[in-house]
Design a protein around this ligand. Structure first.
Ligand code: NI
Length: 255
């Protein structure tokens, strides 16, 4: 049993063989895949996929890259989509001051608004935080503590920051970057946080783990990530798989 808590299955990279990829995932023991929206169209596509396939659940949201040009009417449309039973989270949302594809002030405005909306709808959030640790943490801290706030996806901070997010009620999601030789920061986090607060993800089609690095990523490859975490923590693969799957079920209310 294994859950990929973050993928982008709507993307065109999967148009040719989406069905096969899902069969491979199911054959490899994956029980759920959360496909995550990045704007209005991809959120709609995520919801459609979730309706079409048992394995798939959806999150709707506006990625910080797309904050420019996102008005609040679009966010209201996302809010209406959350009445679909397989929409289990709001995301991905956050700040990206590494690529800055949208101006920071737009990113901040759209992020804050979506946090409010997710809070009102009582949905967990999926947070994208790239080179924006201080701002993301300050904003989430203002919201206060709660048991199941959401997840910091593809976590890239240090162990102290991971623990601080956990203290606020967030889970930490480890991606395929943990398999990269030089990723000592992520390895430290994967080793040091409690297993009860950890999720695993692919972020497919991006960030394929070793030994698939550089290729298109797919949900089944979350197996390599869980194997590497098991190796680092010196525990069984099954323990990582079981715990992270249970955590994803708890956080997103998956059946
Ligand atoms: Ni993503």
């Amino acid at each position: 049993m294994l859950i990929d808590s973050h993928a982008h299955l709507d993307m065109q990279q999967f148009d040719e063989d989406r069905q096969k990829i899902l069969e491979r995932a199911a054959g490899g023991g994956l029980t759920h895949i959360l496909t995550v929206g990045t704007d209005l169209d991809s959120s709609l596509a995520a919801v459609t996929l979730a309706k079409g396939y048992d394995l798939i659940y959806a999150a709707v949201g506006y990625h910080p890259h797309n904050a420019q040009g996102c008005d609040f009417q679009k966010l209201d449309k996302l809010a209406r989509m959350t009445s679909e039973p397989k929409v289990v989270a709001w995301g991905e949302i956050g700040l990206d001051f590494f690529r800055n594809l949208s101006p920071p002030e737009d990113q901040l405005k759209v992020f804050s608004r979506q946090l409010e909306m997710a809070n009102d709808l009582n949905l967990p959030v999926i947070i994208h935080d790239r080179e924006a640790h201080k701002d993301v943490f300050a904003i989430l801290k203002k919201l206060g503590k709660s048991e199941k706030r959401g997840v910091i996806h593809c976590f890239s901070g240090d162990i102290d920051l991971a623990k601080a997010f956990i203290e606020l009620g967030y889970y930490i999601s480890i991606s395929g970057t943990v398999t990269y030789k030089k990723a000592s920061l992520v390895k430290d986090v994967a080793c040091g946080i409690p297993l009860e607060r950890m999720l695993v993800e692919t972020d497919a089609p991006f960030l394929a783990p070793v030994p698939k690095r550089g290729k298109r990523n797919e949900p089944l490859f979350v197996t390599y990530t869980a194997q590497e975490i098991a190796r680092i923590r010196n525990i069984e693969f099954e323990e990582v798989a079981r715990a992270t799957a249970q955590n994803a079920k708890d956080l997103f209310g998956l059946k």
